[in-house]
Design a protein around this ligand. Structure first.
Ligand SMILES: Nc1nc2c(ncn2[C@@H]2O[C@H](COP(=O)(O)OP(=O)(O)OP(=O)(O)O)[C@@H](O)[C@H]2O)c(=O)[nH]1
Ligand SMILES: [Mg+2]
Length: 444
């Protein structure tokens, strides 16, 4: 997931944003990664709202098109009064970009099965790394547009983020007051369930590399410590930064009372075979065979003969809730292989009767309005859409998806960030109650 990066430099993104009147561009599709085909393009870009297509050729031209409409493969010609084609040259960044609109009343784009199709400019033409170019509906000089070089070295599509991205009312009601924050903390600290031999809910975090699993533990721990701390290692690397299985207990407040929850952090999942957390190790973790500080070996899962294998785990060693952690800004870039891996994990957890939730991280990075004001998280159309997409991809219901912003660069706690984190933790404890409802004292 982390390998898919934008080709646009920050300066070029700024240039496009000033032309589009938007705050940010968020990469949805990259042909060199997802494929030079109409099918791959539609899979990533349908129903994303306003988007901009950007083509690159090796004559240094960066050219493309903007549409304010959704792609939906309706096979219709569409009039979009806001659509335009643009071009600028890497070597002449200071010059104003070329901007061309279609003639009045003419069709601006064709929403068929092809790549981005702006009548006079069609990207991924014939499912290849080329552009079809023929001024007509849009009137341009091909030399100015692309230097007459129709061979693409890359083609990207970005979601355009800006005004109009918020719903009028939040679709989930959240109280953002300090009283609510305190009530959530009290509820979590005092949480109990029906099985007396197990004092702590054991919650496992799994998900792709770099999505914020370790940061979530650090963030929760910070809320209860009263200051931002970073016990677990976090950061960005090509492969998982966390390579051990870690179980973290946490203490609250001045009297250092043990919280009734243990967060279990794992190595991230990767696309390839023999890379990242493996399904056999996942199953052993669920059953309680893997202990704190176990060093994962992605090419060989832990064997029952090994000294590290806990042979007779008790109910308290088992996982009581699994949380799939997903990066809100990168959901569109998740590969099919990763979706399949997550589905296999889900099937295993379902078979074992373990409740499951999805934690949507980095909502601040994914939506500029949320970055400015976290309270808009349930008003952001984009976050709402991402939560719905997760439901489809992972087969969970919307009520089992919770968004958070982790503490990543902050030095001080922020009440809104805390409330979202505490809400997520509350959902995890509620899910765990479901696990324990299947047990009673006799089963222990
Ligand atoms: N803006 C923002 N950044 C975040 C958030 N959560 C995590 N990050 C950043 O994302 C990067 C990866 O976070 P980690 O917590 O190390 O991710 P991980 O899932 O534990 O990764 P691996 O252990 O490598 O699999 C770090 O640089 C974090 O600071 C968030 O909610 N918002
Ligand atoms: Mg980690």
């Amino acid at each position: 997931m982390s390998a898919v990066t934008s080709r646009l430099s920050r300066q070029q993104e700024k240039k496009l944003c000033s032309m589009l009147g938007c705050n940010r561009l968020s990469l949805l599709f990259k042909a060199s990664v997802h494929g030079y085909s109409g099918g791959a393009f539609h899979q990533k870009c349908n129903l994303q709202g306003p988007t901009v297509t950007v083509g690159y050729n090796n004559s240094g031209y960066i050219f493309g098109a903007y549409t304010s409409k959704d792609y939906a493969q309706t096979n219709q010609n569409i009039i979009d009064e806001k659509a335009f084609l643009f071009s600028f040259n890497e070597r002449e960044m200071k010059k104003d970009p070329l901007r061309v609109v279609s003639g009045a009343g003419q069709y601006s784009l064709y929403d068929g099965p092809t790549g981005p199709h702006f009548q006079s400019l069609v990207f991924l033409y014939d499912d290849t790394a080329t552009v079809y170019s023929n001024p007509g509906n849009y009137n341009f000089d091909p030399v100015e547009m692309h230097g007459n070089n129709l061979q693409l070295v890359e083609c990207e599509v970005y979601r355009v983020e800006g005004a109009g991205s918020l719903m009028e009312k939040p679709w989930r009601n959240i109280s953002w007051t300090s009283e609510r924050r305190k009530a959530l903390m009290d509820m979590i600290t005092g949480w109990t369930h029906g099985v007396s031999s197990v004092k702590q809910a054991r919650v496992l975090l799994v998900g792709p590399v770099g999505v914020g699993k370790s940061s979530f533990f650090n963030s929760i721990s910070s809320v209860f410590k009263g200051y931002v701390s970073s016990q677990a290692n976090t950061g960005s690397a090509g492969t998982s930064l966390t390579t051990q299985f870690r179980t973290y207990s946490m203490k609250a407040g001045k009297d250092r009372k043990l919280l009734p929850i243990t967060i279990c952090d794992t190595m991230g999942l990767e696309d390839g075979v023999n890379a990242g957390l493996d399904i056999d190790d996942f199953t052993s973790i669920l059953k309680g065979h893997i202990q704190d500080k176990y060093q994962f070996n992605p090419s060989v899962p832990l064997q029952p003969e090994s000294n590290s294998f806990c042979k007779e785990p008790s109910l308290r060693d088992r996982i009581h809730t699994v949380v799939y952690v997903i990066d809100a800004g990168k959901l569109k870039l998740i590969s099919n292989k990763m979706i399949e891996k997550l589905a296999a994990f889900r099937r295993k957890a379902n078979q074992m009767g373990v409740p499951q939730l999805v934690l949507l991280t980095k909502v601040d990075e994914a939506c500029s309005s949320v970055m400015v004001d976290l309270k808009t998280v349930y008003q952001s159309r984009y976050i709402h859409k991402m939560m719905q997409e997760i439901c489809v991809n992972l087969g969970v219901s919307l009520s089992n998806v919770v968004p958070v912003k982790n503490y990543s660069q902050d030095l001080e706690l922020d009440p809104q960030t805390d409330i979202l984190l505490l809400n997520a933790l509350t959902q995890m404890l509620r899910a765990t109650e479901g696990f324990f409802e299947d047990f009673n004292e006799k089963d222990e």
